[in-house]
Design a protein around this ligand. Sequence first.
Ligand SMILES: [Fe+2]
Length: 225
Amino acid sequence: MTSESWLTSRRRFLNRLALGTGAAAVSGLFAPGAFAEELTRTPAQTEGPFYPDKLPLDTDNDLLVLNDAITPAVGEVTHLTGRILDAKGEPVRNAVVEIWQCDANGAYLHSGTDNRQKQDRNFQGFGRFTTGSTGEYYFRTIKPVPYPGRTPHIHYKVKVKGQEKLTTQCYVKGHPGNERDGIWRSIRDAKQRESITVDFAPIKNSRIGELAAKFDIVLGFTPEA
Ligand SMILES: [Fe+2]
């Protein structure tokens, strides 16, 4: 990626954030309408051993750039969006969505990670987003990569009013490693598996090959007003 196209991309990202329309602009898929009875509750998945043991200084929703750094992380740029919904399908406001994942070399932001010597110092590895009234969240990150023993995935934790409500993982649809992954396979229900396995689709006309992924999360409860 040239530095010019990188800066253009970065500027577009920031503009979208400023407008508050990022998620919708990327996916175009926020039509209302799923009926509660059609909703599949998002299955819980193990937290795993690599939730950061020391959070980065920057915990915003752009995992590609640390603070004001010029050099972005290595990886396939992905605009990751979705909505946090309650058991009735209503958007959950003020939900704190946390994600963490390994960098393009398979290293996590954790003192016990593999590949520590190959760590991408420009990758934030962890991010947070607090939902507004639409329940939408938005991250810019990299498409997850496999590491020994695991198919590609992004870890998620959702907190509401300071309480952890769900810990799960999001997977890449069509990745051949999914069928061999013991954690992915531990979900027996086909619809539940489908609900956490999403498309990472090329964004049309993106000159730098950006991807868009949409992962809606349905919590198993309805917050009290
Ligand atoms: Fe992991």
